[in-house]
Design a protein around this ligand. Sequence first.
Ligand code: SF4
Length: 490
Amino acid sequence: LQSPISQSPSRHTLLEALAAIPGVYVPALYDVSYAADGTVAAVTPNHPAAPAEVLKRVVTVLPPPVTKFIVPFINVVHNRAAIEIMRGCTRGCRFCQAGMIFRPVRERPVDEVLQAVDEMIEHCGFEEVSFLSLSSSDYSYVEELVRRTVERHGAKKLSVGLPSLRIESFSVDLMDLLEKGRRRSGFTFAPEAATDRLRDVINKPIASAELLATAEEVYKRGWTTIKMYFMIGHPTQTLEDVQAIADLSKEVLAVGRRVLGKKANVRIGVSTLVPKPHTPFQWVPMEDERVINAQIELLQRELRGPGIHFSWNDPEETLVEAFLTRGDRRLSDVIELAWRKGAKLEGWGEYFNFPAWQDAFAELGLDMDWYARRARALDEVLPWEHISAGLKKQFLVDEYVHTYQGGVVDDCREHCFSCGILGYFKEQRRDAPDAGWGCPSLGRGKERQPVDIAPIPLYFNDDMSPELTGQFDHRVPQRREGTVSKRIGD
Ligand code: SF4
């Protein structure tokens, strides 16, 4: 690969060499056949160098963050130093692709993060640092990190961002420390659904009562705006669940008005669920267009007035995202044709060219809704099944079944469900420090969380599966009690 261009291998030799590297997928070395109903019949390697399944690779121990990088001389989006404090997430929200495909959890030591902050400030001159992860409250050393960052840099007025916090008072404590002495504008929550039942369905079980208590704490400590992100179109969602988005938003605003008067406000962002590959939702249909429009209209009617700002995603842009997300190879022709017809800057609302996509689909005899809104059978060959994110299919199937039962499963740092990661990457787990991964450590006499071969719900939602409730009540619904933060407190 490093030879000069004049001696470079032929394209085919290069592809063969790439396919032999673990974790590299070379589409040209696979043939796809289709069944009469249009679904994928099989994806078959056509070359001995191509494995039947391409398994992702993982970094055993995250290397120290890059601290010397090019600094833009114009103002750009995210113009700040970003440091990844942890990779992966163990919460298991069923809609979340990142939470599934970036397993296992690997944390950077707090000293390494602090050193990176020092170096980035020195080398690049940033005044703003953002600690990144999928769920920052779950970083085991988050309290220590925040405290020590403030001790070292508070006086220099370094601004520190800590996004992706859980909805609990512990998060408010953290932000309180970080933003001491600064103007406080927005505090962000992502409940994703507005009823306890629907949050059980998506496996993000925060009780509304807890959300309201946290909101009160936020307003009391001086933040004037609470931003909340919701999704519509979750499986089993009803119009009542959508109405609940409006009701809960107004309740949060009422809390703010009680605490701060007219200064308090809420900003509500609503997007439509786009079911993603490699998640338990990969088999579910995206919501029907008419239903989505009716739900957005309901929210437009409800979420207006002083102190409320409501924004939503354009359903047509969401549809493009949806058919591309679960598309197959035939969509490459659609993409090329749409481009030829003028679809070029599709991420920019004003240039978004939906008719070009419609024409491309029509000309090629394909159907957007077939890709976006079709429920898949559990035994259908999915176009991405030959790529493995390290998850067992049975794990995703179990979680898909739990979705419709309202079964809530635990944070797997409390209880491992053998999702597949430990099976695929056990050698790397052995090489990693015991505390460096969220997965159980291997070897005799090691301290580890309990391990089960399948996800065991902490509880089933009473309304959805009355026949199953009570089965596991001896288990503590830890996530409602915020165990990770409690553990730090202990
Ligand atoms: S192997 Fe266990 S602890 Fe590790 S990510 Fe999977 S379920 Fe979680």
